[in-house]
Design a protein around this ligand. Structure first.
Ligand code: AMP
Length: 552
């Protein structure tokens, strides 16, 4: 017997409709490209999203069509999120930090029909346009008529102005209801190994994820919150905040392209931001700025860190020096992205000092809706004892089942488990800790050394700005860790004092065999250290060093 409850489809448009009816006056504040502040509210934004659908219709966009964006976090990008998905088309956010070749590949792979781009990307658009002239019909610049740039596009590809199109359109449109499994948005993985692959989110997965991440033990969003997504809208839908904030009735504060410590401090204080989210590099920049300028954050209660392991320095410094809680989260494009969140539990709430810090370095418990397990290379489940390291597998209603263009279910096993490519431990409290990407783990004499653990210790050194551990080939042990470090401005790194940090904190055989000081580390388009480049660069470092010493 079925229950007798309404079976209404979970629609992305229902989020903006809810916000416009129940939180009509709640603000959406955007820092524009020129640095000025634009203010609107959910009621006005919902009307503009409907007007945008009318624009999309005149551009020939219909159900299933892919609409690409090259945009910063701002109100027009938010209108695109709701307009495109709301009408049943697919919003394809593109990371502008990828190279023109990768962007061309992605647009072609997705068969994007129209591209919405910020005016700051004119040169990029001109560089990619010739290669995608068969696919793309028009580029719409997200600006007023007065700011419309001069742009040279191939014949047949129109260069249009967002506000001119909006001014000519009406907003007589009613949000349709359709199957909640309809695709809503598309985001390509960063492609640090091989070609980027498209993750295709549905209305159902997006709405469920938005509800799950608002929970008290995740982002804990409330209608009194003012949320600043620093994480870009082209990085896994800004971790779901553009959906979760309006659903909760929280205000959205959009930083545009101004992500340096000084700009963020000013925006956070001027706009009374209570919660924000981003990758560790951003919060490192903010911390350095606060320390050097002597400024404080007046309203922020929580900074969520994810995307890379959160160094202990950030967990500790924001809390102790600024009274701001740093929350550690884990996820990936294929998990929409939230999978785990480190909130206190019945036992860990009592932790203090070193025990607490050590616990908070972990990536957290699975949030409700995500199931996880760790397995050995033969696929056998490993114990949750905080010691056994294994491949991390997840499944849930917002985990990918296949990549764009591939069959449903092709990205997971017969039981629906998706292999994350991360290596992790899970402790008796259910707290997961990422120890590595499976391809970054160092296999020394048959034992595994965690590169993340070693990196976290290195960045705790006062002279170290950034650190990466890579596996170098070794005659006897197969692989040994090599530490590559960048010095803080004005500091000189003493190798011995960095190595001294490891004593008593890790087994002695984990100590890096070499420490290499460099001016900068290579980064991926999402701001993570490009391990593949480093691995290729330093793979033979120890063998070469040995050859030289043998010659002597
Ligand atoms: P992406 O799909 O580009 O967002 O990358 C996802 C990957 O980033 C994950 O599979 C992890 O390897 C890494 N990652 C994300 N969050 C964390 C975290 N909190 N700690 C360590 N690694 C993380």
């Amino acid at each position: 017997m079925f229950g007798l409850m309404q079976d209404r489809p979970l629609m992305i448009s229902s989020i903006i409709r809810h916000a416009s009816r129940h939180h009509a006056q709640t603000e959406v504040v955007s820092k524009t490209i020129d640095g000025s502040i634009h203010r609107t509210n959910y009621a006005a934004l919902e009307i503009r999203a409907r007007r945008l659908v009318r624009v999309l219709q005149t551009l020939g966009i219909g159900r299933d069509d892919r609409v690409a964006t090259l945009g910063w976090n701002g109100f027009r990008h938010l209108e695109l999120y709701y307009g495109v998905s709301g009408m049943g088309a697919i919003c394809h956010t593109i990371n502008p930090r990828l190279g023109p070749k990768d962007i061309g590949f992605i647009i072609d792979d997705a068969s994007d029909r129209v591209l919405f781009a910020e005016t700051s990307f004119v040169a990029l658009v001109e560089a990619i346009a010739p290669a995608i002239a068969d696919t793309l019909r028009a580029v719409v610049f997200m600006c007023d008529a007065a700011d419309m740039p001069q742009v040279s596009l191939p014949p047949g590809m129109a260069g249009l102005c967002y506000e001119t199109l909006m001014a000519a359109a009406d907003d007589e449109y009613a949000w349709p209801e359709f199957d909640e499994r309809q695709a809503a948005s598309l985001c390509y993985t960063s492609g640090t190994t091989g070609r980027p692959k498209g993750v295709l989110y549905s209305h159902r997965s997006t709405v469920l994820h938005a509800m799950a991440i608002s929970a008290a033990d995740v982002f804990g969003l409330r209608a009194v919150d003012r949320v600043l997504p620093v994480v870009p809208m082209f990085h896994v839908n800004a971790w779901g905040l553009p959906y979760a904030a309006p659903a909760a009735g929280s205000a959205l504060i959009m930083p545009g392209r101004h992500l340096d410590g000084a700009s963020l401090t000013q925006l956070m204080n001027d706009e009374r931001v209570t919660m924000s989210a981003g990758v560790p590099t951003i919060w490192m920049g903010l911390l350095n700025y606060l320390r050097s300028s002597g400024q404080r954050l007046h309203s922020v209660r929580s900074l969520v860190i994810g995307g890379s392991a959160c160094p202990r320095l950030l967990l500790d410094a924001f809390d102790r020096e600024y009274g701001v809680r740093v929350d550690h989260a884990w996820g990936m494009s294929e998990t929409s992205p939230l999978g785990t969140f480190n909130a206190p539990g019945q036992a860990s709430a009592a932790y203090q000092g070193e025990t607490l810090l050590r616990h908070r370095e972990k990536q957290g418990r699975g949030i409700f809706g995500i199931d996880m397990k760790i397995v050995d290379d033969a696929g056998a489940a490993l114990p949750w004892d905080g010691l056994a390291q294994g491949n991390l597998l997840v499944r849930g209603a917002w985990v990918a089942s296949g990549y764009f263009g591939e069959a449903p279910g092709s990205a997971c096993d017969a039981d629906g488990w998706f292999a994350t490519g991360d290596v992790a431990t899970i402790d008796a409290l259910g707290t997961m800790e990422i120890t590595d990407r499976s391809k970054d783990v160092i296999k020394s004499g048959g034992e595994w050394i965690s590169s993340i653990a070693l990196e976290n210790i290195a960045v705790g050194h006062p002279d170290v700005a950034e650190a990466a551990i890579v596996a170098a080939s070794h005659e006897k042990w197969t692989e040994r860790p090599v530490l590559v470090v960048v010095a803080r401005d004005g500091c000189t790194i003493e190798v011995d004092s960095v190595l001294a940090l490891y004593r008593d904190r890790v087994p002695s055989w984990w100590l890096p065999d070499a420490v290499i000081v460099v001016d900068e580390l290579p980064h991926t388009a999402t701001g993570k250290v490009h391990k593949l480049t480093l691995r290729m660069r330093y793979r033979d470092h120890l063998l070469r060093a040995k050859e030289i010493s043998d010659l002597r």
